[in-house]
Design a protein around this ligand. Structure first.
Ligand code: ADP
Ligand code: ZN
Length: 605
């Protein structure tokens, strides 16, 4: 798509203009001052001129050990060295000379430059900053338009044949189906107007980062063949109060002119956060939000402007935004499932040269939990890897390695582990894998490596989910916790000592156990009572407790209990399987990377 961006004029632009004017002024004025060259004369001449009362201005410069003076009509400037002359001042006074500091400026080029150039600039910048701060503080309003910076810098995507289509967005079938109604409407608004049906004014695309929300919005524009205006919520919140509101106004003015069209507001949570009554709330954001609401209320549902907005924290949005008549339709854009991941990989693999026999399903399986953006990145990394190796096609191995690169960071080939550390990591990782393999419901191991990653992980076990899991049983969750504790358990079994290597496992195990108790109703004592509510389901899932302090203490106790039990189970599994643990750890120590097949081969003898 062709992108025409209207020019943005930031503050620096205005500084530059004033600076240029200053330079011009100086260029015009300075030469004339410089023409008045200082003429050096001897002391005798100076005395003679004093005698003849021919001195105009005079300046005694003790430090430079010189006297600077002019003639009677102050046209010529002279200077002379100083002599010990106690009565000089009286004689000059008697001769009618004026004592002045003015000449000095001309006589000292450095000082003159300082005063005529640097000072005004410094003053100007200082003033500017003062003004800036003042405006930030003020309630804003019309004066922020003083510099005319309220113009929206919305990117306008002019319709063009190479626009993004629904077919470019893989997976996300539900979202596409939902949005195809909008496409139909934009194609033929008359059909809807006839029957009196109004389109939803605003549609909220909700989902984790990188799942294709922006792509979908562009695809709606591409499919409907209408202009696409896009702006990010954070762009609205600029440095001047009142700017955001005027940008919103401007954006909608442009959109109405170009209707039918799509207006896309990315990261709408940046402006649409719940308004709070706390002291010194963000006035700028509130003004912007209010303006947006006003604009949305101001036009009819069938004037051809469709507003799409994206967010990954819908629950933080101000309720005013999601009321009927505003963003009242919500389209979930979730992380892709196995089939979705495979399709996304294929869509992006079309853009690179991949070998014929690449098994995308296998790659998709390995990349469980990856977003569309991460999958696109994996494909690109694979192509880069092929180029680095001087090959003309990206092969299966390139893709598999890329998953690790994207998910776990680049291989840190030169990281130095002591021999003992390497053994510890080998046992730790095998511990995870062995515990997982010995529990029937745990996912089998895909690959285990003890090559350190830049992400900080010293090794890792890649598990593969079999098909899609939407529901997990209590037993599966418990097994997962046991697997997480398996790393530490192996260290204990082999070395009788523990290391810091399990920090991440501990965190994950705790999270799971906590969720089982507080949200999944899996501890008999609390039955089906929700003790926690999740506030940010798409961003790691921050949660807040909703129970009494006593219950909280009980929750903590149960969480510890749960993890302890699984840890004991893992220890038990490994102790009973000690020879296998040693054998596998030794293989991993020697080879540094073993695949799932190799692992299973050793396990099954
Ligand atoms: P979001 O707006 O949800 O954060 P984007 O739409 O900006 O995500 O996606 C970023 C990139 O990830 C896209 O440019 C595209 O290359 C890739 N991508 C994400 N989701 C998909 C998808 N469903 N199909 C194809 N590519 C995708
Ligand atoms: Zn671990």
């Amino acid at each position: 798509m062709q992108e025409v961006k209207s020019p943005k004029k930031p503050l620096i632009f205005y500084y530059c203009i004033v600076l240029l004017l200053l330079l011009l002024f100086n260029a015009l004025v300075t030469p004339r001052l410089m023409e008045r060259q200082v003429q050096e004369v001897d002391y005798g001449t100076f005395m003679a001129m004093t005698e003849k009362k021919e001195i105009g201005l005079v300046e005694v410069q003790e430090q430079e050990n010189q006297i600077v003076f002019t003639d009677k009509d102050k046209t010529a400037v002279y200077k002379t060295g100083m002599m010990p002359d106690p009565n000089l001042t009286e004689r000059l006074y008697a001769a009618g000379a004026e004592f002045s500091g003015e000449i000095v400026e001309q006589a000292s080029p450095l000082l003159s430059a300082l005063l005529s150039w640097v000072l005004p600039i410094a003053v100007f910048i200082g003033l500017g900053q003062l003004l800036n701060r003042q405006m930030m503080k003020s309630m804003g309003g019309p004066n922020s338009m003083m510099f005319g910076m309220g113009k929206s810098n919305a990117k306008v995507y002019v319709k063009s044949s190479e626009g993004i289509r629904f077919s470019d967005v893989a997976g996300e079938d539900e979202a596409k189906e939902n949005l195809s109604e909008i496409v139909d409407y934009l194609h033929d608004p008359g059909k809807y107007q006839e029957i009196g049906a109004a389109m939803p004014k605003g549609i909220l695309l909700v989902g984790p980062p990188g799942t294709g929300k922006t792509m979908l919005a562009k695809a709606v524009a591409g499919e409907s063949n209408v202009p696409f205006f896009s702006m990010s919520g954070s762009e609205f919140v600029e440095m001047f109060v009142g700017m955001g509101a005027s940008k919103v106004r401007d954006l909608f003015r442009q959109a109405k002119e170009k209707a039918p069209c799509i207006v896309f507001i990315d990261e709408i949570d940046a402006i649409g956060k719940k308004r709070d009554s706390r002291m010194g709330g963000n006035d700028e954001r509130e003004q912007t939000l209010n303006q947006l609401l006003t604009e949305m209320d101001g036009f009819e549902g069938n004037n051809g402007v469709v507003i799409l907005a994206a967010t990954n924290r819908p629950e933080s949005l101000d309720p005013a935004l999601t009321r009927p008549g505003r963003f009242d339709r919500r389209v979930p854009v979730e992380l892709p499932d196995l089939k979705g991941r495979e399709d996304i990989l294929k869509v992006h693999a079309r853009k690179i040269k991949a070998a014929e026999d690449v098994d995308f399903e296998k790659i998709a399986r390995m990349a469980s939990g990856a977003s569309g953006a991460e999958l696109a990145n994996i494909v690109n990394e694979a192509a880069l890897r092929a180029v680095r190796d001087g090959r003309r096609f990206a092969a299966q191995a390139d893709f598999e390695e890329s998953i690790e690169v994207v998910i776990a960071g680049y291989q840190k080939k030169n990281a130095i582990l002591t021999d003992q550390e390497k053994w510890a990591v080998a046992y730790h990782e095998i511990g995870h894998a062995l515990v997982a393999a010995r529990q029937t419901h745990s996912a089998p191991v895909q690959k285990i490596t003890i090559i350190p990653r830049t992400s900080g992980a010293l090794g890792y076990t890649m598990q593969v989910e079999e098909g899609n899991h939407y529901l997990m049983t209590k037993e599966e969750l418990e097994n997962k916790i046991a697997t997480l504790t398996g790393g530490r358990a192996a260290e204990e079994v082999r070395f009788g000592a523990v290391s810091t290597g399990a920090a991440n496992d501990i965190e994950q195990a705790t999270k799971l156990a906590r969720a089982m108790v507080t949200r999944y109703g899996m501890s008999g004592d609390f039955d089906m009572v929700a003790l926690e509510t999740v506030t940010d389901p798409y961003l790691g899932g921050d949660s807040s407790l909703a129970c009494s302090p006593e219950t909280q203490a009980e929750v903590d106790r149960q969480v510890v209990e749960l993890v302890k039990k699984q840890h004991a189970k893992a220890l038990d599994i490994l102790q009973n399987d000690r020879p296998m643990l040693d054998k596998l750890a030794k293989t991993l120590y020697e080879k540094e990377t073993i695949t799932g097949e190799e692992f299973m081969a050793i396990l099954n003898g």
